[in-house]
Unconditional design. Structure first.
Length: 239
């Protein structure tokens, strides 16, 4: 099967030669740079250099596998498999747990792994698969977050990070929540703030009131709770 874009570019792009190798490396660098810039613009630790390095490494890995498969019969793509495992480990280590028990870096880790697979398809010369998957990756990073936030903000369940001035106010908070037509599903104390003088909790909340479901978003509910005197800080936790 001949890749449609490779067919348009010409036979040189389908074979391993100086021009095709240079083209694939440059394409890998450009596509990964765009993703890296998008992550950097949102102040993520894995940014431009990280994404370029991962994509280029995987492109070179696939080029080596392609070269060895031509030279050796029954060659298994060992380098590509090892590269994928390495990037998976890097992606897992890029996940950070903040002091407020919120998972940080999940999208960046997934994007890093996806960029690695884009590097592999470029190295293999599958340009059509590369561009389609790349377009979906860009959309997921730039267009889908707004839709995701809207859907989450309208869901019946959410979790908040709550900081009370002292633990005695927890019962007041629970009573207020019930009066608003909300239900507390789980309360977990956060030990990271043990010596801060504050009582800090992660609280899972569900919306029971039909009127509240219809007219109020999570942001509006949290803003109303923020006005309570005994609350030092409250925010929604995005998992």
């Amino acid at each position: 099967m001949i890749d449609p874009i490779a067919k348009i570019l010409g036979e040189w792009s389908q074979n391993l030669n100086g021009f095709s190798i240079l083209f694939r490396l440059v394409l890998s660098g450009i596509l990964s740079a765009v993703i890296g810039l998008e992550r950097s613009s949102k102040r993520h630790s894995a940014g431009l250099r990280t994404f370029i390095l991962v994509s280029l490494a995987m492109t070179v890995t696939m080029l080596l596998d392609e070269f060895l498969s031509e030279k050796t019969e029954n060659y298994i793509y060992v380098l590509s498999c090892a590269g994928i495992i390495a990037v998976a480990v890097i992606s897992v280590h890029s996940l950070l747990l903040s002091s407020r028990s919120q998972i940080k870096g999940l999208t960046t880790a997934a994007a890093l792994f996806a960029t690695a697979t884009v590097g592999l398809t470029i190295g293999a010369g599958y340009y059509t698969v590369t561009l389609i998957s790349y377009a979906i990756l860009l959309c997921s990073l730039n267009l889908f977050p707004a839709l995701e936030r809207y859907l989450k903000n309208r869901s019946n369940y959410f979790e908040v990070h709550l900081e009370l001035k002292n633990s005695g106010y927890l019962q007041n908070f629970v009573t207020t929540i019930r009066r608003l037509g909300l239900k507390i599903d789980d309360i977990e104390a956060n030990p990271a703030y043990a010596n801060s003088g504050l009582s800090v909790y992660s609280i899972s909340i569900s919306i029971n009131s039909k009127e509240l479901k219809k007219y109020k978003t999570h942001s509006e509910i949290i803003e109303a709770l923020r006005s309570l005197d005994y609350i030092y800080h409250i925010e929604e936790m995005w998992l």
